[in-house]
Design a protein around this ligand. Structure first.
Ligand code: AMP
Length: 215
């Protein structure tokens, strides 16, 4: 198994890239820590109850909780595939945990794609973001419009804004990103696995840039 980390600020398009790549080629599998947490919250599992408050405030949930949640999923992946990690790791401590998981399941860290998007674009992208309340498919009021307003193309359920996508929480999430996640850029650069992709153009153009970066 190859591991690809999609790294970047909230709203940079990690989930969109992972969804497009995995729809185009079944070799790619998308693993979103945020989606896993939102599902845990909506099912009110133990992990969900522990994570809920931090998520609402735009804080990170604890490294231990994330590690516990994600470990079985990564270790349970079967067959040859490229796992696209969207939202994990988000701290240096999580990158160490990931290294241990990679070693114990004989996987390979193939690349870390840093989706570099200008800060002024991030807030606009997040404010316009909508997700399907049932299947989690992602949309945007301007750039990824459903065929019918407010309705998911995939399953027909309603599209909603995420609870943590209001302007104040977004600003906080960006500051958390700078303090806790940006150090990973230098860390992976030093390890020679970082590939920078500038996400300034249309989604389809950025998808092509990511594919090129993955070689
Ligand atoms: P996301 O969907 O990736 O934007 O994540 C939504 C929220 O889930 C974040 O703001 C955090 O509260 C939490 N979260 C997701 N992934 C992680 C992670 N790897 N470490 C800590 N918290 C996370």
């Amino acid at each position: 198994m190859k591991i690809v980390i999609l790294l970047g600020a909230p709203g940079c398009g990690k989930g969109t890239m992972a969804a497009r790549l995995s729809a185009q080629d079944p070799v790619f599998r998308h693993l979103s820590s945020g989606d896993m947490l939102r599902e845990a919250v909506s099912n009110q599992t133990r992990a969900g109850r522990l994570a809920e408050d931090a998520m609402k405030r735009g804080e990170l949930v604890s490294d231990e909780l994330i590690a516990e949640m994600i470990k079985d999923t990564i270790m349970g992946v079967e067959g040859e595939c490229t796992l696209l990690l969207d939202g994990f790791p988000r701290t240096v401590a999580q990158s160490v945990i990931l290294d241990q998981m990679i070693e114990s399941c004989g996987a390979e860290l193939w690349a870390v794609v840093w989706l570099d998007v200008a800060e002024e674009d991030l807030v606009d992208r997040i404010v316009g973001r909508r997700v399907c309340q049932s299947c989690g498919a992602g949309y945007h009021v301007d750039t990824i419009r459903p065929k019918k307003d407010g309705i998911c193309d995939v399953c027909g359920d309603a599209l909603v804004a995420r609870k943590d996508d209001d302007v104040e929480t977004i600003k906080h999430r960006l500051s958390v990103y700078k303090a806790s996640t940006m150090p990973l850029i230098d860390l992976y650069k030093e390890r020679g696995v970082l590939r920078r992709v500038v996400g300034a153009g249309a989604i389809s153009e950025t998808v092509e840039l990511v594919k090129n970066a993955l070689g």
